[in-house]
Design a protein. Structure first.
Length: 148
């Protein structure tokens, strides 16, 4: 799935200003277990799949709310630093969508440089190895990935 899918599936990971936090959490106060993290990703994915993309601004707002809920869960304590950076990047990209986002705004969610692409790939690899319920998910930032 691609960021544009999460935004147009998990948007960057794997393609949102009302209801968002002040910024992504770099560490959860009480880090979730890997299972809790994976369950939150499943909930995020399932929520995004139900959004009506014909109302782009409403879609972006609801995507941001879903990302905020995922951000409140945070990442497991043992997630690699580069994968955590990919998670933070994903939440930030969604959080930074403007009010009344357009289709062009959501399409740009996956526009990242090579260094950021590395963190998204690290997140994707972590998810694929740690979350069997999400097999087949790819980074939404990867425009070449198939949507789930």
């Amino acid at each position: 799935m691609k960021l544009g899918a999460v935004a147009a599936g998990l948007v960057l990971v794997l393609g949102g200003v009302a209801g968002c936090s002040d910024g992504p959490a770099t560490e959860a106060k009480d880090a979730p277990s890997v299972g809790e993290f994976c369950d939150a990703l499943v909930t995020f994915r399932d929520t995004v799949r139900t959004l009506d993309s014909s109302d782009v601004a409403g879609y972006a707002d609801q995507l941001q709310e879903a990302a905020d809920a995922l951000d409140r869960i945070g990442t497991p304590e043992d997630i690699p630093d580069d994968a955590r950076a990919g998670f933070v990047l994903t939440i930030t990209q969604i959080d930074d969508l403007p009010p009344n986002a357009t289709q062009d705004d959501t399409a740009k969610l996956g526009d990242v440089d090579d260094a950021d692409r590395h963190t998204l790939e690290a997140l994707e690899n972590y998810i694929q190895s740690s979350c069997p319920k999400l097999t087949g998910i790819t980074s939404p930032a990867d425009p070449e990935s198939p949507s789930s």
